[in-house]
Design a protein around this ligand. Structure first.
Ligand SMILES: Nc1nc2c(ncn2[C@@H]2O[C@H](COP(=O)(O)OP(=O)(O)O)[C@@H](O)[C@H]2O)c(=O)[nH]1
Ligand SMILES: Nc1ncnc2c1ncn2[C@@H]1O[C@H](COP(=O)(O)OP(=O)(O)O)[C@@H](O)[C@H]1O
Length: 197
């Protein structure tokens, strides 16, 4: 063994990657930022949530979400298989617990893209987690993005905008706020916060 070897030195406690939560109103650009970030840094692991929402065109089971029935969601909740879960705009969403813990244990940086109610649960159950809020440059721009995405009918957009008002008011609960003006800038800032850069 080389004289300089530090093989038996335990890792400092902060060497283990922390869990990072990204929240923000529907349409602010969370998925866009995360996709951009992971294209260049696939080593960041994004948790795949279970949801009772119907898939949008192009969304794949096991990639974007695990699309489950109401009964399947009931079971996941009853069996304690979710780290957190919430009802959002008429559908339920939850984070499978085991995969998150396994990745953290293996030293992989983990990102959860979840709503405000989920972020609050993570703050309680995993207080070492880092909570990041993604904010729009303005309310008008948020409405433009959500409407412009064209994936939801007007009544669903209305429900999501009502939820957005509540989520925007909760911004001070988060450790950090990033304003999504430029996708590239936000992706870089998020990577830096996760100690990946
Ligand atoms: N609490 C919680 N929220 C989630 C989870 N997965 C997704 N969400 C959130 O649910 C909300 C709606 O997600 P989605 O229907 O995919 O719409 P989009 O985020 O506007 O594209 C967003 O705020 C997501 O971040 C989850 O596992 N738990
Ligand atoms: N920085 C940005 N500037 C302009 N448009 C953006 C930006 N980020 C995202 N968008 C657009 O806004 C819409 C909503 O983004 P999306 O990633 O689906 O939001 P979320 O996942 O938060 O619901 C999409 O059409 C996306 O292309």
């Amino acid at each position: 063994m080389a004289a300089t070897s530090r093989g038996t030195t335990p890792e400092p406690p902060d060497a283990r990657p922390r869990l990072t939560v990204l929240s923000g109103p529907s349409g602010v650009g969370k998925s866009t930022v995360v996709a951009h970030m992971r294209k260049e840094h696939p080593e960041v692991w994004l948790s795949v949530s279970a949801t009772t929402r119907r898939p949008r065109p192009g969304e794949k089971h096991g990639v974007h979400y695990f699309f489950v029935t109401d009964e399947e969601m009931d079971k996941l909740i009853a069996n304690g298989e979710l780290l957190e879960w919430a009802e959002f705009a008429g559908n339920r969403y939850g984070t499978p617990r085991a995969a998150v813990l396994e990745h953290l244990e293996a030293g992989v940086p983990v990102l959860l893209e979840i709503d405000l109610q989920g972020a609050r649960q993570v703050r309680e159950t995993m207080p070492e987690g880092r909570l990041v809020f993604l904010a729009p440059p303005s309310w008008e721009e948020l409405v433009r993005r959500l409407t412009g995405r064209g994936t939801e009918p007007p009544e669903v957009i209305e429900r999501r905008l009502a939820a957005a008002k509540i989520e925007l008011a909760a911004e001070p609960e988060f450790d950090t706020t990033l304003v999504n003006t430029s996708v590239e800038d936000v992706a870089r800032e998020l990577l830096a916060l996760m100690d990946v850069l």
